[in-house]
Write a protein that binds this ligand. Structure first.
Ligand code: G3P
Length: 198
């Protein structure tokens, strides 16, 4: 399982790159807004630090505008993956971006049915939000297991990117269940190192 950071904080990204454990980045407009840099400059700075996939999200409700933004984001660097929401508009835009050879990450996924839609349009990543499923009293890890199992039965090539992770057990269980990648806040990655006997 690949380890991604869910952040736009450049100092944390540099630290994880230094550890040699960072396979990619996911970010979103909320995380980016905290950094005080223009969004495109921030994505450029992240892609300068990280060789693996860097997911950057479009911000619109209109497919045409999402496609336009997706092309602009992808023009920043070859490792940019365009994040689109799991909505009808997002999937409309996503399928067009895939047709244009732009890799996409379908985000805000909360059901296996939605994950099937993401795989059907040829998404590179699908992002089920485990922590937010837990927040509403459902079982995020059970959802992840169901998506991984369904993808295996169908032979879908879309990679399952376990997201909205809140603690190390979310990461460990994501690996046990067969997620292709897990994206987490820096604080969660940092905790993966620790054990009182070490
Ligand atoms: O990558 C998904 C993430 O940004 C959402 O995490 O903790 O806000 O549910 P959280």
């Amino acid at each position: 399982m690949k380890l991604f950071l869910d952040t736009a904080h450049l100092a944390d990204i540099e630290t994880a790159v230094g550890w040699g454990v960072l396979d990619g980045i996911t970010t979103n407009p909320t995380l980016a807004a905290k950094e005080g840099l223009a969004f495109h400059d921030l994505i450029k700075a992240i892609t300068d630090l990280v060789d693996g996939p860097v997911s950057a999200e479009v911000v619109s409700d209109e497919p045409e505008e999402m496609v336009r933004q997706g092309h602009t984001l992808r023009a920043i660097a070859d490792n940019v993956v365009v994040k689109v929401p799991m909505t009808r508009a997002g999937i409309t835009a996503g399928s067009r971006l895939v047709a244009d050879d732009i890799p996409i990450n379908v985000t805000l996924v909360f059901s296996t049915a939605q994950a099937i839609i993401a795989a059907t349009i040829g998404a590179t990543f699908v992002s089920p939000f485990l922590g937010r499923v837990d927040d509403v009293g459902n079982d995020g890890l059970a959802l992840l297991g169901d998506i991984v199992g369904t993808y295996a039965v169908q032979g879908y090539e879309t990679e399952v990117l376990s997201a909205s992770l809140r603690h190390p057990i979310h990461v460990v269980e994501s690996a046990r269940l067969g997620a292709d990648a897990a994206t987490m806040p820096f604080a969660v990655m940092d905790k993966l190192f620790d054990h009182p006997l070490t």
